[in-house]
Design a protein around this ligand. Sequence first.
Ligand SMILES: [Zn+2]
Length: 307
Amino acid sequence: MANKNFDECTSFLIDDGLFVGRVARLDNVLKTIIHKHGYVKNVSVALSETTALAVLLANALKFEGLFTLQLQGNGPVSTIVADVTSDGKIRACANYDKEHLEKAWALRKNEGEIEATPHLLGTGTLAFTIDDGKNNYHQGVVDLQGKTLEECALRYFKQSEQIETMLKLFVEIPEDEEGDWKAGGILLQRIPNYGGKNMDMENIAELKNEAEILMKSLKKEELFDKNLSLQEILYRLYHANKLVITKENSYEFKCRCSREKLLKTLRGFSEDELSSMLDENSKIKAKCGFCSEEYEFTIPEILQKLN
Ligand SMILES: [Zn+2]
């Protein structure tokens, strides 16, 4: 079957630029990440949702470099991090306490319930950072308050940026272990002083209401239909609202770890400290938290490269 535009994000305008929007969906990227780590189901759901949100936010903010969305909390899942580069590379990982998670799982109210992301994280924060690679950072933080990740993100835009935002996220859990994970979403924003200069408030409110109703009419089956491209989906939703497609970005999984980077880190330790890290085969093993790639080093190799 054709796989149209998965691992992609399409940017668009409607109503003469009154609203800017993004629609995104991921499958292979998530499959790679989840299979590499072998996360349990509800952690995979939270990670998929967070990664989809990261793609939508990264595209909503103009940036060159690296966009990182990080959730941190005191719940069974302590962190979820998703990295998106402006040239379309994604990596993501989660840290969680399996026992703590199983206890929470046992306390579920009903069988089919998959816990919402903020609930798994507990009390904590949602933060994003933009790193342009030239030591310029921009950071935004909001408390993880809300029933869903959508609500938490919307709070950020309302409180910190005061940008009217509408957002919907979707996750599809595969039926069996070999199946595909899918996540995606749609985001609409009204950028102050951008579109709608000659419109009155009433007209704007009406258009907003309509745009939101149409956004909410998007069904999960539609977004994850491999026979429909993102453009076709947008056309279905907004063909009567002066839809203009402005950008299409595609994504792939790629970790930025390397032997060289780890060697650099290891060179920061003294010879004594390095000795204490040796395993029974006189090797120092280091595993990347993002991609689970395992690297092996010997002390002579680390020291040799110093010169
Ligand atoms: Zn890695």
